[in-house]
Design a protein around this ligand. Structure first.
Ligand code: NAP
Ligand code: GLV
Length: 309
């Protein structure tokens, strides 16, 4: 039996060598050289081509190469009954929390305004940031959102969170579900999106959401480009309702050269690097899940097909 691998060309050799080291009896085949599809027991994928996973009649699990599983769940032709396994990796969590802390403090300390002042050669001190009233609201209190909240706690900014189901997290005022969204937004000064992308959360960073934030709020999107309505963000920034945005994810990616985000003075962007899968760490987690399955145990972190994440 074999594992089929669909990853970036640059990481292919490292994945093969790490998996070979951890699972010496497992044959690892590249996506386009899968051989006899009936040999394939496991798929380890990033953005598999729609309908392709169904070719593997003996598939036992589909492992995501990233934390998000939207790139798999959006295939309308997924093989039924085969678990989709999320990647929960402390290295991914650490990187994302670094990015959120960095970006939240960047907006809180008015760095977009100082960057603009520097560009114009102007010495323009702004009033001291009031940490007691500058709240951070995290949409998505899953693996990444809850860790980001924990890492933000020592800075003393009031913290809020919003999720689908109720949560109880120390130091975080938690809201949930549709009724919890408006009160959460009304008190959020810096909005961080770490939601899973599903049909329910697609386009959630829109004009209505921005209008519900206090004037001068900032937005950080490090979940998926599909959460954001691009034109609505530009309008909210240009009208002065929002003061700045940090974006790591886009739809489509790469962000087209002529997209207005590139040159918008209040937008800071990075090319989907907030948290990158590190092969040496992720391979250990995937190998452990395969060992579990071989012992007849369920893999850890199966995505819920009904919830879509
Ligand atoms: P997770 O543990 O599955 O958490 C997802 C969160 O979204 C949960 O808190 C969930 O609520 C919430 N959610 C889902 N649907 C919702 C809805 N309809 N209303 C309100 N809340 C909803 O995922 P994770 O591991 O933290 O990762 C989060 C996302 O980060 C991934 O899906 C991926 O898109 C993104 N990501 C980006 C990068 C990057 O480099 N930019 C890297 C890794 C991950 P419940 O807690 O109630 O279930
Ligand atoms: C990256 O975007 C991931 O989902 O891990």
């Amino acid at each position: 039996m074999a594992l089929v691998l669909k990853c970036g060309r640059d990481e292919r050799a490292e994945w093969r060598s790490e998996l070979h080291r951890l699972l010496p009896d497992m044959e690892v085949r590249p996506w386009h050289q899968a051989g006899d599809p009936d040999d394939i027991e496991f798929a380890l994928v990033w953005k598999p081509d729609a309908g392709e996973l169904r070719r593997f009649a003996n598939l036992r699990a589909i492992f995501s190469l990233g934390a998000g599983v939207d790139h798999i769940m959006n295939d309308p032709d997924l093989p039924p009954g085969v678990p989709v396994v999320r990647l929960i990796d402390p290295e991914l969590t650490r990187q994302m929390s670094e990015y959120v802390v960095l970006s939240a403090l960047y907006l809180h300390r008015r760095m977009p305004a100082y960057a603009a002042a520097q560009k114009d050669g102007r010495w323009r001190p702004l009033p001291a940031p009031d940490t007691r009233s500058a709240s951070v609201g995290i949409m998505g209190l899953g693996v990444l959102g809850s860790d980001a909240a924990e890492k933000l706690r020592p800075f003393g900014l009031p913290l809020l969170g919003w999720s689908r189901r109720p949560k109880n997290i120390e130091g975080v005022r938690c809201f949930h579900g549709a009724p919890g969204l408006a009160p959460f937004l009304a008190e959020t000064g810096i909005l961080v999106c770490l939601l899973a992308l599903t049909p329910e959360t697609k386009g959630i960073l829109n004009a209505k959401t921005f209008a519900s934030l206090p004037r001068g709020a900032g937005v950080i999107n490090c979940a998926r480009g599909g959460h954001l309505v691009d034109e609505d963000l530009i309008e909210a920034l240009d009208s002065g309702h929002l003061s700045g945005a940090v974006l790591d994810v886009f739809d489509p990616e790469p962000l087209p050269e002529d997209h207005p985000f590139w040159r918008h003075p209040q937008i800071t962007l990075t090319p989907h690097v907030a948290s990158l899968t590190l092969v040496h760490s992720a391979a250990i987690i995937i190998a452990e899940n395969i060992r579990r399955m071989r012992k007849g145990e369920a893999p850890l972190a199966i995505a819920d097909p009904k919830a879509g994440y």
